[in-house]
Each structure stands twice: as structure tokens, then as C-alpha cells.
Design a protein around this ligand. Sequence first.
Ligand code: F6P
Length: 549
Amino acid sequence: MTQTTRHGAWHRVQAHADAFKSHRIRDLFAADERRAERMQVRSGPVLLDYSKNRIDHDGLEALFSLADAMGLRTAIDAMFAGESINSTEQRPALHAALRMPRDAVLEVGGRNVVDDVHAVLSRVRRFADQVRDGQWLGRTGEAITDVVNIGIGGSDLGPRMVCDALSAHAHPRLRTHFVANVDGTLITGLLRHLDPNTTLFVIASKSFGTQETLVNANTARQWFLDQGASEADIAKHFVAVSTNAEKVAAFGIDTDNMFGFWDWVGGRYSLWSAIGLPVMLSVGPDVFDELLAGAHQMDHHFRTAPWQENLPVLLALIGVWYINGMGANTQLVSPYDHGLRQLPAFLQQLDMESNGKSVTRDGKPVERHTGPVVWGYSGINGQHAFYQLLHQGTELIPADFIVSVRNRLSPDAHHKVILSNCIAQAQALMQGRSTEQAVAEMREAGVSEARIRELAPHRTFAGNRPTNMVLLDELTPRSLGALIAMYEHKVFTQGVLWQVNSFDQWGVELGKQLAKRIEAAYDEGGYPDDADASTRALIDLTREGLRAS
Ligand code: F6P
């Protein structure tokens, strides 16, 4: 597609969005009695209802043309074919290969990567089975009771979120803990409650060079040795998940106890790889397989469904409609499910590290806003915290609500409250309440006319606030896999539309470099050469704290 075609497609989207800014969603429902039914699409256990959006058929058509003009089809094919789409790091982005069935073939550089994937999966599975069955014994011959995953970012958020979401399947003997923050109060507080003889540490780091993880891992190892264990005992209590065998060995973990993956798995896309080890330890290999199968089914859907029925593509296009067409800056994710309470944090990394870019793949400044600020929390809790701003604030905040139709773990009396609130919030955000309605309600309640005049503006809701409703049949390993993969592909699609590389993260580097120099200044005195006056002053103000400790 030529530059002119692409500009034309963006222009058409912008023109439709401009024309639509003042349209009311509830009028769209009034004008089309089949709107709800026409704007529901399903892929396996996931249903998306996108009818409560400020968009109509023409707007959607403009977005579909944009997807075509920006080469989405070719980009999807290139990703699944293992082309080097992560151009700045010169590698493919092949997380989809991690969930391909054993008999699939995907050749990259003359190798069938699916064979490699399943070889590692089999090793991880064997190890998980041994630990779960009580055959893997600690230094005193006891079975493992506690698994501590030490990792950060992609080596933490995905497995942590999945372990939480699937806690109903957790092994009764195994407690799983996650240590990401390098603030030592976390690990030292945890270690106080652990028995070194029955604890297994999983040191998870793609690079095995991440400072926070290595500092925590060293503290864990020292604690283990301080409890009377020997260096030889480390092999029974420390395993590593990494792509960097050399650094794993240098840390002191036998590479026989290392589970590898590949540079073509981005950290934030790695939960499907050996990084999922804590998940497999907790819920078992069969449940993990289901998670992979759900994601694989969504991969197939994303590759093959027309844009009109394609869940990740619809979510991405609707997001672009608000971000670029209507000036939205943020995207709320509200899971109405306690098990999914970590999902917003996971999606923050997935989305913001992938699309928080201001240059295109070929290094030119982007022409329009890219990744939104993604935020959220468990929906029902959010209602009592930040929903006020959703209903009556001045920002346009597109929201995804996620809820399960069935929740066997929650009694009906509870689940009914979850479902009715989730649905009601979407309805309230869309319908709002006019001043006339507010006045009528107050009159009916016998409020005085003077008080009505005073309160009416405060009790008016503008409405017209958009939501997507994502309904899972039930929160199962399979639906969770599909849900996560849906968001991965949404993020990828938006990256294609914005022409950014969604698979690198150069923006995390500078702060890390400067932190090293400041750390050296704490040790050696003085300041880093490039420190400004504020940075120098802050170093002086905080030196004291380190000396005191
Ligand atoms: O600093 C950001 C980051 O590189 C993420 O992309 C990554 O998920 C995280 O750090 C952890 O990296 P690693 O797994 O290499 O320790």
C-alpha cells in the first residue's frame, strides 16, 4: 500500500470519528433493534459484545479499510511464518509457536522450532511431575512444599497472574510465592516463613542479567547456605529458567537444572514457555496444556477470521478509534473476577512495553498517538474507588469489562452480585441519567423543590461512555489461555496500525544504566559525571539512609 492510500485510510477513520463524537450510543440502539446481536462475536469460550461503543457500521468499515491499508493481513502472516518482524533486535516474535501442537511444523532458519518447544515442554513437565508427586526431594529427603519464583516483568507477571487465576487447580501441598520487587522487605519477610529443606527457588530471567532478580536470587542463596545447607545442596533447591546458560552457570546453578527458551520469545510473551514453570508446578502439566490449547485456538482465530468477526482485531480497531479518533489517552481493564485481579498489571506490561513507542519501525517519528496508558483493577472493587470518574469525570475512558457467565467456585448469591453489577455498570455508563430523569426521581422521593434544584446537576450522568464486554463461559485454563492470547494479538494489531515494533523495549535501558552509575556513586562517593543538580542533591539526601542501615 502506498503512503497516500494509508493516509487516505487514516483520514477516513478520523472523518468518521469526528462526525461521531456527538452521537449517542443509546440512539444507535434505538435506530437498530438488531445492534446488540450484530455486535456480538465469539471465539471458542470467549464472547465479545462491542455494541456499547460510539461507533456504527460505516465507522467499522473505515477501520477495516485502515487494517487493510496498513497491511495487517501481511503482518499477521509474517508473524506466524516466523519472519524477523522484531526488526531492531533482528528476530522473529514467535510466542504463537509455544502453543502449537506437537505435530505442527514451523521452520525458522531450517529448524522446526515446534520440536524444540516440545522438547523443553517435556523436560518441564517431567520436572513438575516429580516435584508434584513428591519424588523430587530436598536436601533432607523431604518433598517440596513451597515454590518461590524470583523474577520480574515478563518473568513474573504472567505466571503470577495465571497461578492466581487457576488457583482452584493448585496442588494441595505446594504453596507458590512470587518475588519481583528488590525491596528486601519482601524476600526477607517471606524467607522467615519458609523451611529451607522443603523450598524450591525458581530463578526466572530471560537474560539472567536483571539486577533486581539477581540481587533477590543471591539473598535467597545466601539464606539457604546460612541455614546449614552446602553448595552441593543448591542443585536440589534452585532451578533456573533462562535463555542464558553461561550466566546461569556463573550464578552457580547447574545447567542440568535449567529450563531454556529462545530469544524469539519476548519477556512479556513468555508465560507459555518454561517461564510458566511455577504455573506447571502449581496446577500441573495437564492444566498447563489446556492453557496452551486455549491460546492456540485464539491464534487460529486471529489468523483466519475475517476482520468483522476477529476478536483481537475488533478490540484493536475500536481502541484506535478512541485513541486516535476521539483523543482517549487511557484504556481501563476491569475484570469482574477475583481470579483475574492481576490481569490489569499483566496487560500494562504487555501493552505499554509493546506499543509505548514514538518512532516507527524504520525510525521515523510516529504520526499519531500510540499506546494508551493501560490501567485497572478488579471491577467490583473499582466501583467503590475510581468509577466515580468514569461516570462523571471529564475524560473519555474506554473500558473493557471481563466477566464469567458461570463461576462454580462462587456461590450464586455472590456471583449474581458480580454479574448484575458488571452489566449494570456498562448500562449506566452508556445510558447515563438526564437531568429530567434525576429531577423526576427526586420528586417521586418527595425531595423539596429547592433541594432538587441544588442537586440536579450533581445527580445527572452524561452517559455515552463506551465499554466492551468480554464474557467467558467460565474461567478455565482454556478460556484464560484464549483471553490472554486475544490481548496479545490486540496489542500486535495496534502496533501494526501505528507502524511501531511491538516486540522491542529500548525505553527500559536508560534508567537501568543511570541507576548503575548512581549505585557506584553511593559506594565510591561523589556523583555520576552526568548528574544534574537535582540528581546530586537527591544522592546526598539519601546517602545517609544507606550509611544508617
Ligand atoms: O526491563 C524490562 C524487561 O527487560 C522486560 O522486558 C522483561 O520482561 C523484564 O525486564 C525481565 O527481564 P528478564 O526476564 O531478562 O530478567
